[in-house]
Design a protein around this ligand. Structure first.
Ligand code: NOJ
Length: 560
């Protein structure tokens, strides 16, 4: 076979509706790069490493929250939506980071957390100080308890992080008062989105960031803002993931009323020049229902979690890809693809787990079905190479281009995810995918900073995963991603289509997109590529290819 070819194409990120084919890289600011050395990454750190993202070839970055917050849920608990937390820098640092991204043609998407605020938000402080029934309380969901003295929560809803979704307040005279709803931690009270004041406040938040020049928003819990009338009891499906996804009606997920909010936001974005994007984090099944979030007058993209939750298995992948293309295509939206983010076990470990692991639960030293690292890495590389050839938007999570595994052996005392505390350690939570990135081998904190501080401890054996150790090295995971992104752009795969290659064994999946034929072997054993395909030039391979053999857990791109 002929060897992989490298292209050096500069893509056009100024194209209209750039997001239809974009590769969007998630930056988790706490763990990306730490300029001031306090152990938590920051905006200046991101700006200082922008070259690496340009070299990788991403079209856009999405930043997880960096707004003022007590960090009870790593910034998904916002005190002030129009600010930068001093932990991450200043608003000037934000502007500088944005400018440095834009200079390189990289778009910037910020995270918006509209379902709930922090309990330190001035509105919640005012609400607690005000009387039941007051306008201040009306911005959140306060209710009387059940039982003779209101001692029972208003309904039986459970927090996504474990435990009840209600916390009781204390009146100024010390007596127990009303309860407030928090679908997540008790420090994250849910807004009442039927209140026009809440809607107006968030229009202002959108405009604040759009005025600064951001290219869009990733919308947190975009399926949760409206609750069913009367807040009826609901008992979740015991096998289900934590963030929704049930096929049947849940009174706090996927209520029809949320769509009105996105139609309104769509209009706000349309007031601005250029194509700005709204990306929904909506854990909704089936995909045909999720596609409602991206109807032409609503949001632009929705994370494809059913794809993320699919095993590396030819028989499972084909139907979810067909369903995605059909469901998103039916509303005129691009499909999206994602394998990792800051809420799930990194796919270099997840794809090799041998036991069930519901979303959000995480893995730790005592979890069953521990992954084998080498198997996980090979599978992750194969799955990523496969995903990056699909048409539509592709989301990456920082570190996956390095093949980073989940950090399983974090000491208990280092864990910070509220899930860990709210379940008394029964669920490890999400810290294992959030450990600060390795940049250089053999240096303090692997170059994350120069002080050696790290808000979560980095493992001792990460030298080989570091970016500098992989940069320009043939066969490294970073080189594979860089080549895949170059080819994807050069050959316009993001705007292409899928035609399945038929008559393959059950464990092999293949499709043609434009001039590229992609073959994935999801078995653990070799597969002999048929002669008519084997003679085609190889553009990309997730592993070393010898002769006509596609090894197990491998993907290859062939020039058709
Ligand atoms: C989804 C975010 O991705 C997650 O990290 C966060 O904990 C919850 N929403 C609550 O905001």
């Amino acid at each position: 076979m002929t060897q992989p070819t490298a292209f050096s194409a500069a893509g056009d990120t100024t194209a209209p509706e750039w997001w239809r084919s974009a590769v969007i890289y998630q930056i988790y600011p706490r763990s990306f790069a730490d300029a001031n050395g306090d152990g938590v990454g920051d905006l200046a750190g991101i700006a200082s490493r922008m070259d690496a993202l340009e070299n990788l070839g991403v079209d856009a970055v999405w930043l997880s929250p960096f707004m003022r917050s007590p960090q009870k849920d790593a910034g998904y608990d916002v005190t002030d939506y129009m600010s930068v937390d001093p932990l991450f820098g200043t608003i000037d640092d934000f502007d500088a980071m944005l400018a440095s991204a834009h200079q390189r043609g990289i778009k910037v998407i910020v995270d918006l957390v509209p379902n709930h605020s922090s309990d330190t938000h001035e509105w919640f402080i005012e609400a607690l100080a005000a009387a039941p029934g007051s306008p201040e309380r009306g911005r959140y969901l306060f209710r009387d308890g059940k039982g003779e003295n209101g001692e029972l929560p208003p309904n039986n809803w459970e927090s996504v992080f474990g435990g009840p979704a209600w916390t009781r307040t204390t009146n100024p005279d010390g007596t127990p008062g009303e309860w407030f709803l928090h679908l997540f931690d008790s420090t994250q009270p849910d807004f009442d989105w039927t209140n026009p004041e809440v809607r107006e406040m968030f229009r202002g938040v959108l405009r604040f960031w759009l005025d600064r020049g951001v290219d869009g928003f990733r919308v947190d819990v975009a399926h949760g803002m409206i609750k069913a009338e009367g807040l009826p009891d609901y008992t979740p499906n015991p096998g289900g993931g934590s963030m929704g996804g049930d096929d049947f009606e849940v009174p706090y997920w996927g209520q029809e009323g949320v769509h009105e909010i996105y139609r309104d936001w769509h209009k706000v974005l349309a007031e601005y020049e250029g194509d700005r994007v709204l990306a929904a984090e909506a854990w909704i099944n089936p995909l045909s229902k999720m596609a409602k979030w991206v109807r032409p007058d609503e949001m632009h993209q929705a994370f494809n979690f059913p794809y993320l939750e699919t095993a590396w298995d030819a028989q499972a992948l084909r139907p979810v890809i067909d369903e995605s293309l059909e469901a998103f295509g039916a509303v005129g939206a691009p499909a999206t693809w994602v394998l990792s983010n800051h809420d799930v076990v990194r796919h270099a470990s997840r794809l090799a787990l041998t036991a069930e692991n519901p979303q959000g639960h995480g893995i730790g030293p005592k979890s069953p079905g521990q992954p084998m690292r080498e198997v996980g890495l090979q599978r992750a590389r194969a799955a990523s190479a496969f995903m990056l050839a699909l048409p539509g938007g592709a989301y990456m999570y920082q570190g996956e281009e390095l093949g980073l595994p989940e950090v399983i052996n974090l000491p208990d005392e280092a864990r910070q995810d509220p899930t860990w505390f709210r379940t008394n350690g029964e669920r490890y939570g999400r810290d294992g995918c959030r450990v600060p990135l390795p940049w250089e081998p053999g240096t303090t904190a692997y170059g994350f900073n120069t002080t050696g501080e790290a808000w979560l401890p980095q493992p001792d054996d990460w030298d080989d995963y570091s970016r500098a150790a992989q940069q320009g090295v043939a066969g490294s995971t970073l080189t594979m991603y860089t080549t895949a992104l170059e080819l994807r752009k050069r050959l316009d795969l993001g705007l292409g289509s899928v035609t399945w290659v038929e008559d393959l064994p059950d464990t092999v999946i293949g499709f043609r997109n434009g001039d590229v034929i992609v073959l994935g072997n999801t078995a653990t054993t070799d597969w002999e590529i048929p002669a008519e395909l084997a003679e085609l030039p190889v553009l990309l391979a997730s592993t070393t290819i010898a002769g006509n053999i596609l090894p197990g857990d491998a993907t290859i791109w062939l020039q058709a």
